[in-house]
Design a protein around this ligand. Structure first.
Ligand code: RB5
Length: 146
């Protein structure tokens, strides 16, 4: 069973809980919930880092991270070597982030994406494979920037 690391700050906490339940209902994933576990204010860089390190270190195959906009926490995650985190607002962005960029972390904004759309984005993102081919070369070039 694939392990997914989830992490959020207070701005993404509520959406994290919704997506966690959605994934548990799907029954196909093991969830590594790295917090936060309440709506009390916390700083997103620490949570982006936790999820990124879990993915980079192999404790999870992929990660889904949440903050108010998905921006801050994705910036944090992308500082960790080997991480390609994509902040997606549409199903198309989610599909392309997998197909072309081989994104290993999906970032979502609790204040920018409604739960119903977020579930669709997650589903597409989890089910879309990397296309490889010419995109392989570009992803290698991305990783060389680490
Ligand atoms: C917290 O208020 C907010 O700044 C954070 O959740 C996120 O949106 C940062 O990018």
């Amino acid at each position: 069973m694939q392990t997914l690391a989830l992490a959020a700050d207070h701005g993404g906490f509520e959406l994290k809980e919704i997506i966690k339940q959605f994934l548990q209902d799907a029954g196909a994933y093991q969830i590594l919930d790295l917090g936060t576990n309440s709506a009390d204010p916390v700083d997103y860089p620490a949570y982006g880092r936790k999820a990124a390190e879990a993915v980079a270190g192999g404790q999870a195959e992929r990660g889904i991270i949440f903050c108010g906009t998905g921006i801050g926490i994705s910036i944090a995650a992308n500082k960790v070597k080997g991480i390609r985190a994509a902040n997606c607002l549409t199903e198309f962005m989610a599909e392309m982030s997998r197909r072309h960029n081989d994104a290993n972390i999906l970032a979502l904004g609790g204040r920018t994406v409604e739960p119903e759309l977020a579930q669709k984005i997650v589903k597409v993102w989890l089910n879309t494979p990397f296309a490889g081919g010419r995109h392989e070369r570009r992803v290698k070039q991305l990783d060389a920037l680490d």
